[in-house]
Design a protein around this ligand. Structure first.
Ligand code: NAD
Length: 463
């Protein structure tokens, strides 16, 4: 028996709970509650962390809510470029001070950390400015809008030593943690490929978000919004409220969604990133003026490194999928597959191993030979292999599900604030964040430039 297999079986032996979804949920819930209790115990009255959210739209509100589940965290300011969102923030958090200028927040000495949840084109600049002003930074994904911004941002983080975490929350999910443990214990044998996808079939899923009736130059600070854009456009509500549909502000399905998939893949496999990236795309259905594809596929090659054997990754986003809404990541090895479900809070491991015997007959050439020859071959085969050798081992599935209502973002923020409090390093730091963002963005470059992108994952450079 291989060491990996022994490790895996030992692991399962000590963790029988894993074979029952409901018991697993209970165990996970207990683990989660005990972590929260520990966190509460550690927070004294002087341990308050004062935060501000910059960009308080859909994710800004969700992130803020998740951040405030962590004991001792207090929201003191918000920044946004649309009046209605500042008003909404005041409705929910009456004591916060609102502003349209994020630099006012960075100048405040009483703010320890900022959440950056603007559209993609502002992440890097605000993060760099914030770190230089001594703030801890939780930056939404993708870490950068352009690959060329990554090394500078990493440099600033290293110079300032700011706590910095990117917001792909699945990396802090208890399900991903467990999947990583089992992967490392040899649960699927030797990895060779991964298929991961987001399928959607709705206008909201395709980013046609609701636009308020008062949207216009009176309520939106259009000049500030465009301040860092290379090409300036006249006011356009779509470009503001549905910015994902435009390359100038968003990063297409690759930067928006592939990045989550790659983050999860890198976390579980321990990979630093791929070496070759190729992608194709079409604007198939949502022809609403957007300049990014709504169906995109990428083929990505990860070479052999000390962290893992070579493997291939295929990624797809389909915004007009007749399959309906479905998200999955399947990590395939020589002896099994880890099938991670939608929101990264559950997975199943299915294992298949070949029987010792190679097989004979059925879909085979056996029948095409004269009967005497067939008999000779069958006799020899049956002499060589016992009945047992001819059976594939039956190995039960292993399922894991996080407890009802589990939210990985809460844990992601708990990890971030733990780092702010006591310096414990975060997993999704600037280097990790860029190593996931860059190959995702390279899918766009591959598609728009029609070429294979070669990536040096160790040094984080396009070759
Ligand atoms: N981690 C996740 O699962 C997840 C999910 C959704 C979105 N996101 C990320 O969150 C970010 C925000 O997405 P969203 O759906 O909330 O977008 P959104 O349009 O709802 O909100 C973005 C807000 O940022 C504000 N803004 C833009 N530029 C600004 C600037 N310079 N200063 C201050 N405010 C500014 C806008 O006014 C807007 O209200 C994106 O980067 C997205 O990729 C992450």
């Amino acid at each position: 028996m291989s060491t990996d297999r022994r490790k895996f079986l030992k692991h399962l032996g000590t963790s029988v709970l894993l074979t029952s979804a409901s018991l697993t949920a209970l165990a996970a819930k207990e683990e989660n509650e005990s972590r929260l209790l520990q966190a509460e115990k550690r927070v004294g009255p002087n341990d308050k962390i004062r935060i501000a959210t910059i960009g308080i739209g859909i994710m800004g509100f969700k992130d803020t809510r998740a951040a405030l589940t962590v004991p001792g965290v207090e929201l003191v300011a918000v920044c946004d470029l649309y009046k209605g969102r500042l008003e909404r923030a005041k409705e929910l958090y009456p004591d916060v001070s609102p502003t349209v200028d994020y630099r006012e927040i960075l100048d405040r000495k009483d703010i320890d950390a900022v959440i950056i949840a603007t559209g993609d084109s502002w992440h890097s600049q605000i993060a760099i400015d914030a770190m230089r002003k001594g703030k801890a930074v939780y930056s939404e994904k993708p870490m950068v809008h352009q690959i060329s911004q990554g090394l500078e941002e990493i440099k600033v983080q290293q110079e300032t030593k700011a706590v910095f975490q990117v917001g792909s929350q699945r990396i802090s999910s208890i399900a991903y943690k467990k999947a990583k443990e089992l992967y490392e214990a040899g649960a699927i044998g030797k990895i060779n490929s991964i298929e991961a996808s987001f399928n959607r079939q709705s206008a909201l899923g395709a980013w046609q978000y609701t636009i308020p009736t008062d949207a216009g130059k009176q309520t939106v600070d259009w000049a500030r919004y465009q301040a860092n854009a290379k090409v300036k456009h006249d006011y356009d509500s779509n470009r503001f409220f549905r910015w994902r549909n435009y390359r100038e502000y968003g990063t297409g399905v690759a930067g928006d969604l592939f990045v989550h998939l790659l983050t999860g893949i890198h976390f579980i496999t321990g990979s630093k990133g791929p070496e070759r990236i190729f992608s194709i795309g079409d604007l198939d259905y949502w022809k609403d003026g957007r300049n990014v594809p709504d169906v995109m596929s990428a083929v990505i090659h990860y070479g052999e490194t000390k962290e893992h054997p070579a493997f291939q990754v295929t990624l797809r986003v389909n915004f007009i999928s007749g399959e309906g809404d479905h998200t999955s990541t399947k990590i395939v090895g020589s002896e099994g597959v880890i099938d991670l479900g939608g929101e990264g809070d559950s997975f199943t491991i299915r294992k298949n191993r070949m029987p010792i015997a190679t097989g004979i007959g059925g879909w085979d050439s056996l029948e095409t030979y004269p009967l005497a020859q067939q008999k000779l071959l069958l006799d020899a085969y049956n002499n060589k292999y016992s009945a047992n050798d001819q059976q594939a081992p039956v190995i039960p599935d292993v399922s894991y599900r996080a407890p009802e209502g589990y939210n990985a973002s809460n844990d992601h923020f708990a990890n971030f604030f733990e780092s702010v409090r006591n310096g414990k390093p975060v997993v999704e730091n600037a280097v990790f964040g860029f190593r996931a963002a860059a190959p995702a963005l390279a899918c766009n470059d591959s598609y728009f430039e029609g070429k294979i992108i070669r990536w040096d994952a160790e040094n984080m450079k396009i070759i």
